[in-house]
Design a protein around this ligand. Structure first.
Ligand SMILES: [Zn+2]
Ligand SMILES: [Zn+2]
Length: 133
């Protein structure tokens, strides 16, 4: 059993997850591209872990895309992605909002059929450890 802690960018919302994650998916579907503004979502999934809001629970908003099961929770002040509980009690935690280290490696890339043309070309693009001069 591991405890994980996380927060949003502005620090208003803080939470704890008690328990272990079952899987870790990098989803490249169009919904996740739109909702993250990035190449893919990076979500940890847990069937039995328990989510507790430690601060700012009233700043947590959620959105479900009509006619889909695509759901997102976010801080209404800073817009950061936050954990949500989806159908059948499945806890979904965006990996980037955790402050404690995630030791689990991604389980799989999914929906790669819709990935952006610029996604996954890291080997061919210059990299800098920080902002280049
Ligand atoms: Zn926030
Ligand atoms: Zn997706």
């Amino acid at each position: 059993m591991t405890d994980h802690f996380g927060s949003c960018l502005c620090g208003t919302v803080r939470f704890e997850v008690q328990g272990n994650f079952d899987s870790f998916y990098l989803c490249h579907c169009r919904h996740c591209q739109k909702d993250t503004g990035s190449a893919h979502a990076a979500n940890l999934f847990a069937q039995s872990a328990k989510l507790t809001w430690l601060a700012g629970a009233d700043a947590v908003n959620s959105f479900t895309l009509p006619d889909t099961s695509h759901n997102k929770s976010f801080c209404k002040l800073c817009g950061s992605a936050l954990p949500s509980i989806q159908l059948a009690g499945l806890l979904v935690v965006p990996a980037g909002c955790l402050d404690t280290e995630v030791s689990m490696l991604p389980t799989a890339h999914i929906f790669t059929s819709s990935k952006a043309p610029w996604d996954g070309v890291f080997g061919e693009v210059p990299t800098f450890e920080k902002l280049p001069e």
